[in-house]
Design a protein around this ligand. Structure first.
Ligand SMILES: [Zn+2]
Length: 248
Protein backbone atom coordinates (compact mmCIF):
# COMPACT_ATOMS: atom_id res chain seq x y z
CA UNK A 1 0.00 0.00 0.00
CA UNK A 2 1.21 3.48 -0.82
CA UNK A 3 -0.05 6.19 1.53
CA UNK A 4 0.09 9.04 -0.99
CA UNK A 5 -1.86 7.07 -3.61
CA UNK A 6 -4.78 6.28 -1.28
CA UNK A 7 -7.88 8.26 -0.30
CA UNK A 8 -8.68 9.06 3.33
CA UNK A 9 -11.53 6.55 3.13
CA UNK A 10 -9.27 3.71 2.06
CA UNK A 11 -6.63 4.65 4.64
CA UNK A 12 -9.30 4.59 7.36
CA UNK A 13 -9.86 0.89 6.58
CA UNK A 14 -6.19 -0.10 6.98
CA UNK A 15 -5.57 -2.31 10.03
CA UNK A 16 -3.71 -0.15 12.58
CA UNK A 17 -2.33 -3.09 14.61
CA UNK A 18 -0.87 -5.33 11.93
CA UNK A 19 0.29 -2.85 9.30
CA UNK A 20 3.90 -1.65 9.29
CA UNK A 21 4.15 2.00 8.24
CA UNK A 22 7.46 2.58 6.46
CA UNK A 23 9.08 5.99 6.00
CA UNK A 24 12.07 6.03 3.65
CA UNK A 25 14.49 8.75 4.81
CA UNK A 26 17.26 9.85 2.49
CA UNK A 27 19.24 12.93 1.44
CA UNK A 28 20.34 15.10 -1.47
CA UNK A 29 24.04 15.83 -1.05
CA UNK A 30 27.33 15.80 -2.91
CA UNK A 31 28.45 12.33 -3.99
CA UNK A 32 31.92 12.99 -5.30
CA UNK A 33 32.66 13.80 -8.94
CA UNK A 34 30.88 10.77 -10.42
CA UNK A 35 27.47 10.29 -8.75
CA UNK A 36 24.37 12.53 -8.69
CA UNK A 37 23.37 14.40 -5.54
CA UNK A 38 20.13 12.41 -5.39
CA UNK A 39 21.97 9.08 -5.01
CA UNK A 40 20.69 8.29 -1.51
CA UNK A 41 17.13 9.26 -2.41
CA UNK A 42 17.09 7.20 -5.62
CA UNK A 43 18.48 4.08 -3.93
CA UNK A 44 16.51 4.30 -0.68
CA UNK A 45 13.24 4.89 -2.51
CA UNK A 46 13.88 2.05 -4.97
CA UNK A 47 14.59 -0.36 -2.10
CA UNK A 48 11.49 0.76 -0.17
CA UNK A 49 9.27 0.45 -3.26
CA UNK A 50 10.61 -3.04 -3.97
CA UNK A 51 9.87 -4.05 -0.37
CA UNK A 52 6.32 -2.68 -0.67
CA UNK A 53 5.84 -4.64 -3.92
CA UNK A 54 6.82 -7.83 -2.07
CA UNK A 55 4.58 -7.15 0.94
CA UNK A 56 1.76 -4.89 -0.34
CA UNK A 57 -0.79 -6.08 2.23
CA UNK A 58 1.48 -5.54 5.27
CA UNK A 59 3.48 -2.43 4.40
CA UNK A 60 2.08 1.09 4.15
CA UNK A 61 4.76 3.08 2.34
CA UNK A 62 5.02 6.82 2.97
CA UNK A 63 6.58 9.22 0.43
CA UNK A 64 10.38 9.41 0.69
CA UNK A 65 11.74 12.23 2.83
CA UNK A 66 14.49 13.54 0.56
CA UNK A 67 15.79 16.24 2.92
CA UNK A 68 18.42 14.80 5.23
CA UNK A 69 20.94 15.85 7.87
CA UNK A 70 24.02 16.56 5.75
CA UNK A 71 25.94 19.40 7.38
CA UNK A 72 29.10 17.20 7.27
CA UNK A 73 29.00 17.48 3.44
CA UNK A 74 28.38 21.24 3.14
CA UNK A 75 32.03 22.25 2.67
CA UNK A 76 32.06 20.32 -0.63
CA UNK A 77 28.99 22.24 -1.85
CA UNK A 78 26.16 20.65 -3.90
CA UNK A 79 24.40 19.77 -0.66
CA UNK A 80 20.89 20.44 0.68
CA UNK A 81 20.68 20.01 4.45
CA UNK A 82 18.45 20.48 7.44
CA UNK A 83 19.80 21.50 10.83
CA UNK A 84 19.89 18.48 13.16
CA UNK A 85 17.15 19.94 15.37
CA UNK A 86 14.95 20.64 12.32
CA UNK A 87 15.51 17.13 11.06
CA UNK A 88 14.71 15.45 14.37
CA UNK A 89 11.57 17.59 14.68
CA UNK A 90 10.50 16.68 11.14
CA UNK A 91 10.85 12.95 11.83
CA UNK A 92 9.00 13.33 15.15
CA UNK A 93 6.16 15.22 13.50
CA UNK A 94 5.77 12.75 10.62
CA UNK A 95 5.87 9.93 13.18
CA UNK A 96 3.28 11.67 15.39
CA UNK A 97 1.02 12.11 12.35
CA UNK A 98 1.03 8.35 11.82
CA UNK A 99 0.94 7.24 15.46
CA UNK A 100 -1.68 9.87 16.33
CA UNK A 101 -3.86 8.32 13.60
CA UNK A 102 -3.72 5.03 15.47
CA UNK A 103 -1.02 3.12 13.62
CA UNK A 104 1.02 0.96 16.00
CA UNK A 105 4.08 -0.06 13.95
CA UNK A 106 6.46 2.50 12.42
CA UNK A 107 9.81 1.94 10.76
CA UNK A 108 12.29 4.43 9.31
CA UNK A 109 14.26 2.93 6.41
CA UNK A 110 17.35 5.07 6.10
CA UNK A 111 19.66 5.63 3.15
CA UNK A 112 22.10 8.26 4.49
CA UNK A 113 24.78 8.05 7.19
CA UNK A 114 24.08 11.53 8.54
CA UNK A 115 20.52 10.52 9.41
CA UNK A 116 21.53 7.69 11.74
CA UNK A 117 22.03 9.69 14.94
CA UNK A 118 18.97 11.97 14.50
CA UNK A 119 16.63 9.13 13.49
CA UNK A 120 17.38 7.39 16.79
CA UNK A 121 16.86 10.62 18.73
CA UNK A 122 13.50 11.08 16.98
CA UNK A 123 12.36 7.61 18.07
CA UNK A 124 13.57 8.35 21.61
CA UNK A 125 11.34 11.44 21.58
CA UNK A 126 8.31 9.58 20.20
CA UNK A 127 8.50 6.45 22.35
CA UNK A 128 7.41 7.93 25.72
CA UNK A 129 4.45 9.60 23.97
CA UNK A 130 3.36 6.35 22.28
CA UNK A 131 4.49 3.55 24.61
CA UNK A 132 2.05 1.03 23.11
CA UNK A 133 3.71 1.11 19.68
CA UNK A 134 6.69 -0.50 17.97
CA UNK A 135 9.18 2.08 16.69
CA UNK A 136 12.16 0.93 14.63
CA UNK A 137 14.81 2.42 12.39
CA UNK A 138 17.68 1.08 10.34
CA UNK A 139 19.74 1.62 7.23
CA UNK A 140 18.44 -0.28 4.20
CA UNK A 141 21.78 -2.07 3.90
CA UNK A 142 22.23 -3.17 7.53
CA UNK A 143 20.15 -6.39 7.51
CA UNK A 144 22.22 -7.57 4.52
CA UNK A 145 25.67 -6.55 5.85
CA UNK A 146 27.17 -10.03 5.44
CA UNK A 147 25.87 -10.57 1.89
CA UNK A 148 27.07 -7.08 0.91
CA UNK A 149 30.56 -7.76 2.32
CA UNK A 150 30.71 -10.92 0.18
CA UNK A 151 29.79 -9.03 -3.00
CA UNK A 152 32.24 -6.14 -2.55
CA UNK A 153 35.71 -6.65 -4.05
CA UNK A 154 37.57 -3.64 -2.62
CA UNK A 155 39.16 -3.54 0.82
CA UNK A 156 36.13 -1.69 2.24
CA UNK A 157 33.60 -4.46 2.98
CA UNK A 158 30.90 -2.01 4.06
CA UNK A 159 28.86 0.90 2.77
CA UNK A 160 30.84 4.13 2.45
CA UNK A 161 30.04 7.19 0.38
CA UNK A 162 29.92 7.31 -3.44
CA UNK A 163 31.83 4.06 -2.98
CA UNK A 164 31.92 0.69 -4.76
CA UNK A 165 28.50 -0.08 -3.22
CA UNK A 166 26.64 3.16 -4.02
CA UNK A 167 28.22 3.49 -7.46
CA UNK A 168 27.17 -0.06 -8.37
CA UNK A 169 23.62 0.64 -7.21
CA UNK A 170 23.31 3.85 -9.25
CA UNK A 171 24.79 1.99 -12.27
CA UNK A 172 22.00 -0.57 -11.80
CA UNK A 173 19.12 1.83 -11.07
CA UNK A 174 19.99 5.06 -12.97
CA UNK A 175 23.01 4.34 -15.22
CA UNK A 176 22.43 7.49 -17.29
CA UNK A 177 23.27 9.61 -14.19
CA UNK A 178 26.76 8.20 -13.58
CA UNK A 179 29.68 10.34 -14.76
CA UNK A 180 31.75 7.37 -15.90
CA UNK A 181 34.80 9.50 -16.80
CA UNK A 182 35.18 10.42 -13.13
CA UNK A 183 34.71 6.98 -11.57
CA UNK A 184 37.92 6.11 -9.73
CA UNK A 185 39.69 4.99 -6.58
CA UNK A 186 38.93 7.55 -3.84
CA UNK A 187 42.27 6.85 -2.19
CA UNK A 188 42.95 6.91 1.55
CA UNK A 189 40.25 8.26 3.83
CA UNK A 190 39.83 8.69 7.57
CA UNK A 191 37.47 6.45 9.54
CA UNK A 192 35.20 7.96 12.18
CA UNK A 193 35.84 5.08 14.61
CA UNK A 194 39.21 5.06 16.37
CA UNK A 195 39.97 2.75 19.31
CA UNK A 196 36.26 2.37 20.01
CA UNK A 197 35.71 6.11 19.96
CA UNK A 198 33.53 8.06 17.57
CA UNK A 199 35.68 10.85 16.16
CA UNK A 200 33.56 13.64 14.70
CA UNK A 201 34.95 14.97 11.41
CA UNK A 202 33.22 16.31 8.33
CA UNK A 203 33.63 14.73 4.90
CA UNK A 204 36.07 17.44 3.88
CA UNK A 205 38.39 16.25 6.64
CA UNK A 206 37.78 12.55 5.99
CA UNK A 207 38.06 12.34 2.20
CA UNK A 208 39.98 13.85 -0.69
CA UNK A 209 37.04 14.55 -3.02
CA UNK A 210 33.91 13.66 -1.07
CA UNK A 211 33.93 9.94 -1.84
CA UNK A 212 35.29 6.75 -0.28
CA UNK A 213 36.47 3.38 -1.54
CA UNK A 214 36.81 1.75 -4.92
CA UNK A 215 34.11 3.12 -7.21
CA UNK A 216 36.33 1.86 -10.05
CA UNK A 217 35.32 -1.69 -9.06
CA UNK A 218 31.60 -0.90 -9.40
CA UNK A 219 29.36 -2.43 -12.06
CA UNK A 220 25.67 -2.55 -12.91
CA UNK A 221 25.61 -6.33 -12.48
CA UNK A 222 27.13 -6.01 -9.01
CA UNK A 223 24.55 -3.29 -8.34
CA UNK A 224 21.72 -5.65 -9.26
CA UNK A 225 23.00 -8.28 -6.83
CA UNK A 226 23.58 -5.71 -4.06
CA UNK A 227 20.09 -4.33 -4.62
CA UNK A 228 18.49 -7.77 -4.37
CA UNK A 229 20.47 -8.47 -1.18
CA UNK A 230 19.37 -5.17 0.37
CA UNK A 231 15.71 -5.70 -0.55
CA UNK A 232 15.80 -9.23 0.83
CA UNK A 233 17.31 -7.94 4.08
CA UNK A 234 14.68 -5.26 4.56
CA UNK A 235 11.89 -7.73 3.74
CA UNK A 236 13.22 -9.98 6.53
CA UNK A 237 13.36 -7.01 8.91
CA UNK A 238 9.79 -6.09 7.98
CA UNK A 239 8.65 -9.61 8.84
CA UNK A 240 10.35 -9.41 12.24
CA UNK A 241 8.68 -6.06 12.98
CA UNK A 242 5.27 -7.43 11.94
CA UNK A 243 5.71 -10.55 14.10
CA UNK A 244 6.87 -8.52 17.12
CA UNK A 245 4.11 -8.47 19.76
CA UNK A 246 2.73 -4.99 20.46
CA UNK A 247 3.61 -3.62 23.92
CA UNK A 248 0.74 -3.40 26.43
ZN1 LIG B 1 24.32 10.20 1.87
Amino acid sequence: MKFAEMTSGRLAQVDRETTLVMLPIAAVEQHGPHLPTGTDTFICQAVAEAVERERPADVLLLPTLWLGASSHHVRFGATLTAELSTYVTTLVEIGASILGDGFRRLMFVNGHGGNIDPMRVALRELQPEYPDTILAAGCYWSPADAAIADLLEGDDKFVGHACEFETSLVMHLRPELVNVDQVGDAGPWLADQVEGLFVCRDMHQRTRAGATGRADLASAEKGRRLFDAAVGGVVRAVQVMIDEPLPE
